[in-house]
Design a protein around this ligand. Structure first.
Ligand SMILES: Nc1ncnc2c1ncn2[C@@H]1O[C@H](COP(=O)(O)OP(=O)(O)OP(=O)(O)O)[C@@H](O)[C@H]1O
Length: 175
């Protein structure tokens, strides 16, 4: 079962690579992609936090924000309610899809035991997975993914060609 994790320094284009692969696969008739994407919340040219979205329902919430009163991680406060209501549900429901995308598995997401458990459940399934893995996480789940997945490092030199390569790998197994 094909499982690929893309990793790399901040801002190298990991999410863009995954989004391009997802877009190409999603355009195949009947192909269903589940899981999550996270994105920056910007205001006035500054990053104020991150959003989290269910790839099936489109439901979007706040993963973290500079304002809030949840668990602090750097300058951000984790919104555990949205992380678990949207993120954990999206990952559980992705078990009914053809491909699971988890963008991303990093320190903010790994704060939630329910998130970790949901990802572990997907790992125990037979589902193909494409994940963005935070480059420096030492969490046991991150270590497990580094061992079990094919890990591809994204950099500015390979980020334009990687989407096609990753698409072809999944396409040859799944389409
Ligand atoms: N192939 C590309 N060519 C040009 N610009 C790109 C490319 N890929 C990504 N970018 C730009 O680089 C920036 C970072 O991209 P992206 O969010 O995909 O990176 P990331 O590695 O996922 O970031 P983070 O570390 O914050 O998760 C964005 O502004 C995006 O538009």
């Amino acid at each position: 079962m094909l499982r690929i994790a893309v990793t790399g320094s901040p801002g190298t284009g990991k999410s863009t690579v995954v989004a391009k692969v997802a877009e190409k696969l999603a355009s195949q008739p009947g192909f269903k992609i589940g899981g999550i994407r996270t994105a920056e919340i910007r205001k006035g040219g500054h990053r104020e936090g991150f959003s989290i979205q269910d790839l099936v329902t489109g439901e979007t919430g706040t993963l973290s924000h500079i304002k809030g009163n949840g668990h602090r991680l750097g300058k951000y406060r984790i919104n555990m309610e949205d992380l678990e209501r949207i993120g954990v549900n999206a990952i559980r429901n992705s078990l009914f899809c053809d491909l699971v995308i988890i963008d991303e598995i990093g320190p903010m997401e790994l704060i939630s035991g329910a998130f970790v458990a949901a990802v572990e459940e997907v790992l125990e399934s037979n589902k193909p997975i494409l994940a963005v893995l935070h480059h420096s996480s030492r969490h046991p789940l991150a270590r497990r993914i580094r061992k079990e997945f094919e890990v591809l490092a994204v950099d500015t030199k390979n980020r334009d060609e990687l989407p096609e390569k990753i698409f072809n790998r999944f396409a040859s197994q799944l389409l």
